[in-house]
Design a protein around this ligand. Sequence first.
Ligand SMILES: Cc1cc2nc3c(=O)[nH]c(=O)nc-3n(C[C@H](O)[C@H](O)[C@H](O)COP(=O)(O)OP(=O)(O)OC[C@H]3O[C@@H](n4cnc5c(N)ncnc54)[C@H](O)[C@@H]3O)c2cc1C
Ligand code: FES
Length: 259
Amino acid sequence: MSSSRYFRAEIRENRPLNGNHNLLTLANLDPMREPQPGQFYMLQVSKGSDPLLKRAFSLFRRTPEGIQILYRIKGKGTSILRDMKEGAALDLLGPLGNGYPMPSDDQSPLVIAGGIGIASVFSLVEKLSKKAFVFYGARLEEELFMTDELGKIYKELVVCTDDGSCGVRGTVVDVLHDFVKNRDGIQRPVIYACGPHVMLAAIAKAAEAYSIKAYASLEEHMACGVGACLGCAVKTTSGYKRVCKEGPVFDSQEIVWQP
Ligand SMILES: Cc1cc2nc3c(=O)[nH]c(=O)nc-3n(C[C@H](O)[C@H](O)[C@H](O)COP(=O)(O)OP(=O)(O)OC[C@H]3O[C@@H](n4cnc5c(N)ncnc54)[C@H](O)[C@@H]3O)c2cc1C
Ligand code: FES
């Protein structure tokens, strides 16, 4: 195993999935550590100083070709990334942070993804090898990604969209409530969730009400990614914690959810 978390990687593919989401495949040029589901990388998207800071992206999936990252084109950094071509080299730092704790054999994993949150949980679903009940929501059908690939690895999938254009009309939180109320015989459920802050807060509330253990992966603005700048600190029941170092995955009851 490499002792450093810095490595260079070459772009094998930077595939557009729709107008503003790409799937990036990176083959490492230096030795790299094996990532765990829920961990993330800091990517240097520019050789110069603009933008200076690295950008954070979850491990989407590990393939024989390299690591994959599913990203939404949002601002300057991700627009630069979108324009990068096959063969270009990138500096990375990672894998970083603590991933998802695996369930025990007698637990039933409920994996919940909202929008680009699928990028963080996909490799978890894969690792759970057909044990996961997956609830995947997006605003529109065009923003549901890799559902064919998901089809090969889940136990059950419920898809939902805000406008009902695909699957159930509603949110993953509605789906969670229905599932818990109507499904008998689900043994010791445990929730794994990634998505918008409001979604995670609602899941934490539901999990508490149903006495279900829930893990949430948080996104915060990050500068260093390694615990040095405190820029990503969030309020927890035991003081402030750094999302990059103590997270990004937290027990949802540990977080002081703020509107
Ligand atoms: C642990 C972690 C994992 C992430 N995984 C993914 C992923 O797998 N796919 C994906 O598309 N996005 C992911 N994000 C969000 C991604 O980091 C931001 O969308 C990206 O940094 C935006 O950069 P930009 O320059 O294009 O946008 P700009 O808005 O121009 O960025 C300006 C600054 O804001 C920060 N920033 C903007 N949006 C976010 C955000 N949502 N979260 C944190 N910082 C932000 C940037 O890092 C940068 O410092 C993740 C964020 C974190 C913290
Ligand atoms: S990003 Fe610097 S401490 Fe987390």
